[in-house]
Ligand binder design. Sequence first.
Ligand code: ADP
Length: 176
Amino acid sequence: MKKQIGNCTLELVQGDITQQDTEAIVNAANRTLLGGGGVDGAIHRAGGPSILEECRKLGGCETGDAKITTGGNLKAKWVIHAVGPVYRDGKHREPELLASCYRRSLEIALEHGIKSIAFPAISCGAYRYPIDEAAKIALSTVANFIRSHDGIELVRFVLFDRKTFDAYAAAFEALE
Ligand code: ADP
């Protein structure tokens, strides 16, 4: 699925984030930036030890923020490590923090001249964010960002399983 927003293509695919050929891929990291399961484990396995070596020097990352390393052995030149919120009850700033980690990732991409970027469904795995809600926030935040900033030409959401893909597809269709 694809949509054009200004100069940017917004795309949804089902697949594996580690295999993407965008200039940057985004990691669903945790605050330590020292590795974990899910997307994080897959990126470090596929990208090799140099990513973790760089991460060690970054001193962790706050929830809602993101930090960048190179991509090691990945096709992507860069990995942007974004920390989404752990979902509790929706009353602990979860929507705001989830939106923020998408925005921060895109800001960092712009600062590095990155024109193509792939995101996973941040917070939708171990962090248990309700997927329909997360999908709406992810897509509207990214769409608003690319409407108001020039420079990014491709944003691809890479959803691992069918259920997550379908939820993102519904939010994608509903985008203004
Ligand atoms: P979080 O801790 O932010 O919830 P997870 O990595 O546990 O992050 O999960 C985030 C989402 O990424 C989930 O939908 C999960 O199914 C998905 N996922 C897991 N591995 C991959 C992968 N290799 N590529 C893309 N998405 C993945």
